[in-house]
Design a protein around this ligand. Structure first.
Ligand code: SF4
Length: 190
């Protein structure tokens, strides 16, 4: 009997237990992995390591002005070193996200690590340029945002949302539906 390949879903590598965080630790989410086992093939990616940052490394954070009323464009947010503001990886993270959006055409969903300045979807503290101790608002990690813009229909979520069982089931349904759409699109292009 032939076994069908599992649907591929991207995931922040630290959630899979890879020691890629700034302090060389991981954030293994065994419960989530057990839930996905046999449903999805998880594809681990760490954008900070991919752009050439070392493990361990200086942590980064987001800085930028809060969104102002009536602004037509989102204000520029930058990812810089916690201790070294000259360590600016904004462009590298954004370009890597744009590249992955072009290359990851075979994934049908993505699970991001919440609150990461690279991987968070909308839970990331953004600090004032003049006072980097007090966050002024929450925003998106730069890699996750670039990927979301490049693949706007891709089902995405943050790990912390999966504590809700209803959300888990909803995410699985969204991934299956998106995958179906990918397969149908493939047939149509032939
Ligand atoms: S949150 Fe993203 S950038 Fe940070 S260690 Fe995990 S995979 Fe790497």
């Amino acid at each position: 009997m032939t076994t069908l390949p599992l649907i591929r879903v991207g995931i922040s590598a630290c959630l899979l237990g890879e020691r890629v965080r700034y302090d060389a630790t991981h954030r293994l989410d065994a419960d989530l992995l057990a839930f996905f086992a046999g449903i999805f093939e998880l594809v681990p990616l760490c954008p900070e390591v991919a752009i050439g940052l070392s493990v361990p490394r200086e942590p980064i954070h987001l800085v930028g002005p809060p969104p102002g009323r009536g602004m037509s464009k989102a204000p520029p947010v930058r990812a810089v070193g916690n201790r070294t503001p000259r360590l600016d990886v904004t462009d590298a993270l954004t370009e890597y996200g744009q590249r992955m959006a072009r290359e990851l055409t075979d994934i049908s969903g993505y699970v991001f690590k919440a609150r990461s300045p690279s991987c968070g979807v909308d839970s990331v503290n953004v600090y004032s340029v003049t006072n980097d101790h007090i966050p002024t608002h929450r925003g998106a990690g730069l890699y996750a945002e670039a990927l979301r813009v490049g693949l706007p229909q891709l089902p995405i979520a943050e790990d912390e949302q999966f504590k809700d069982f209803g959300f888990r089931m909803q995410f699985v349904r969204r991934v299956l539906s998106y995958h179906d759409h990918q397969e149908t699109g493939h047939v149509c292009r032939r």
